[in-house]
Design a protein around this ligand. Structure first.
Ligand SMILES: [Zn+2]
Length: 386
């Protein structure tokens, strides 16, 4: 697989910092770029000239007059320099998006998996990706995200319990079938990268994203770097103990984070206590919102557990903010006071309480994470000098 030789110049570290600054913050003047990237005006002019020449950057439309009377034309990243396809895999389906360089979704679709056998999934995924590359010749890369200990630095899925895979060379097989540079990334880390570049933590160099849904996990960014950990095991906070007297999780832990927060556990607790059956997550939220005492207690307990997790990870990492995202965060606005109070109580008495935000979440967001992993890979490919 030829991994180099795209439409890019060989970027130096300084050039890459200019491109990233514009990706994350949108159009900026040369003076502002020079200040933010710590580059002399002469160096910046030389870098931007070469990036404009290869159409990686362009002069933005909205020229701002300066006090000197000379117009300052902001620079912007060319969103159509490269497009990518992102695919999120679950046990039953794959969600696919095609995006531009700014992570904007141009197309999305959901496909039911014909089988979870790796050869079947890889074949089905590669065919769907090739169809996108067929209609959009700007597509140059593929990102695949899934739950479990996978990382963008390795082509292998060593183990995926929910798909029943061991030692699958996912990246090489997809590259062979599609001819496109491919990367695989943990789903929560991929979602964290979306927030870091284009979302609620754009440009924030120290933050944590906690996801709540079928499970509970977190992505950690420290000093601008997404942390993988040994064996890509960073962020597995789902079974951290919260109390010794709570509900049981599927692993038999009493009072772990997942036992309080997983959507299935929230539903099960309300069903057991009320004797009702067939409730869904939205039913439980409606009952809590209308002050049903049992549903209210269950979501308050979930808020306490989430606050405990937030306070803990914020204390360990020194995060500037904590974002909460995922399919199972509908309860959070109902109990935000509890979340904030518990997080503050867990943090050190000298620490400033870490701001907590609920991220904008849509069902295609996991696949968009996979697309951003592909974009990061595309930019890394060209970072070959200095
Ligand atoms: Zn557990």
């Amino acid at each position: 697989m030829q991994r180099f030789g795209g439409p890019w110049p060989a970027l130096t570290r300084a050039s890459r910092s200019v491109v990233l600054e514009l990706l994350v913050h949108g159009p900026l003047s040369r003076a502002e770029l020079s200040r933010r990237c710590g580059l002399s005006p002469a160096t910046l002019t030389r870098i931007t000239k070469s990036l404009v020449a290869v159409k990686m950057l362009s002069e933005s439309e909205s020229a701002q007059p300066l006090r000197t009377g000379r117009p300052s034309t902001p620079l912007a990243v060319n969103p159509d320099l490269v497009h990518v396809v992102g695919v999120n895999l679950t046990r039953s389906a794959m969600t696919l998006v095609r995006t531009d360089l700014l992570g904007r979704v141009l197309h999305n679709r959901v496909l039911t998996l014909r089988s979870t056998a790796s050869s079947s999934v890889i074949g089905q995924l590669s065919k769907a990706v090739s169809e996108q590359a067929g209609v959009d010749p700007l597509v140059r890369g593929v990102g695949v995200s899934l739950a479990g200990p996978v990382s963008a630095v390795s082509p292998f899925v060593r183990v995926s319990p929910f798909l029943g895979w061991t030692d699958v060379d996912l990246v090489t097989e997809i590259e062979d079938l599609t001819g496109l540079v491919t990367v695989v990334e943990n789903d929560v880390r991929a979602l964290t990268a979306v927030e870091h570049w284009f979302g609620g933590a754009a440009g924030v160099d120290d933050f944590v994203l906690i996801t709540v849904g079928a499970g509970v996990a977190c992505g950690v960014v420290v000093a601008g770097r997404l942390i993988d950990g040994v064996g890509a095991a960073s962020g597995q906070i789902g079974h951290l103990p919260i109390t010794s007297s709570g509900p049981l999780c599927e692993r038999g832990h009493r009072g772990c984070a997942r036992s309080y927060l997983a959507s299935s556990s929230i539903i099960a607790q309300v069903e057991q206590a009320t004797g009702r059956t067939g409730l869904d997550y939205q039913d439980v939220l409606s009952m809590a919102a209308s002050n049903n005492p049992i549903a209210r207690r269950v979501v308050e307990d979930a808020g306490y557990a989430l606050g405990q997790l937030i306070g803990t990870v914020a204390s360990v990492t020194g995060a500037a903010k904590v974002l909460v995202s995922g399919e199972g965060i509908g309860f959070v606005p109902l109990v935000m006071d509890t979340v904030v109070a518990r997080a503050a109580a867990v943090q050190h008495w000298t620490a400033t309480a870490t701001p907590i935000e609920v991220a904008a979440f849509t069902p295609t967001e996991w696949a968009r994470g996979a697309a951003v992993a592909a974009l990061r890979c595309q930019l890394d490919l060209v970072s070959v000098e200095d």
